[in-house]
Design a protein. Structure first.
Length: 179
């Protein structure tokens, strides 16, 4: 082995190690920078919790994009969304959450108008019902939420202010005295 042989091997080894580290770093950045865009519902899109077809029911819909899942988890109702997110057993990494902007979407046949749920304003306790009965209306603009409150009642809240006790999935049957 010549004097030049050792430094070349060392240089080659260091270059190889640095290249591998750089590639790994790029792969990590690519997955971290992946954007999770809302997916539009179709006539065949069903709720992941109860199998209901989303397009068949009124009121705002929702979707969660999990890190370990290619397609989003769909909800036919925003109450189901919050119940899932706020449940103690919710430990999966959430990459994006979308709800429909009911300031723009048609309540009876909502399509499109997806907004980031974490920036939306929500109305709880209104007279409007969704696919599961009482629902939580979602709005991109606080002014649209306040207009909705003036017409249908309820209380406007930010995403972080919705609590588990507000999203009981036992629904109207629990409070229905005519049964």
């Amino acid at each position: 082995m010549t004097e030049l042989g050792f430094p070349r091997r060392r240089f080659f080894g260091l270059t190889l190690a640095l290249s591998a580290a750089l590639l790994a770093s790029c792969a990590d950045q690519t997955s971290a920078q992946k954007t999770y865009e809302p997916v539009e519902i179709t006539t065949g899109t069903s709720c992941d919790l109860d199998g209901m077809l989303l397009a068949d029911y009124p009121g705002p819909k929702a979707q969660i994009h999990y890190a370990d899942q290619e397609r989003p988890m769909f909800f036919c109702d925003t109450v189901e969304l919050f119940n899932t997110l706020l449940a103690a057993e919710q430990v999966r990494a959430v990459r994006a959450i979308y709800v429909q902007d009911m300031g723009k979407a048609n309540w009876d046949e909502p399509k499109g108008h997806w907004v980031d749920a974490k920036t939306a304003t929500f109305v709880i306790g209104s007279k409007r019902e969704g696919s599961m009965g009482p629902t939580i209306a979602s709005f991109a603009q606080a002014a649209d939420a306040e207009k909705f409150v003036a017409e249908y009642g309820g209380k406007a809240l930010k995403f972080a202010d919705v609590t588990l006790d507000m999203v009981d999935l036992r629904g109207g049957a629990l409070h229905d005295s005519s049964m």
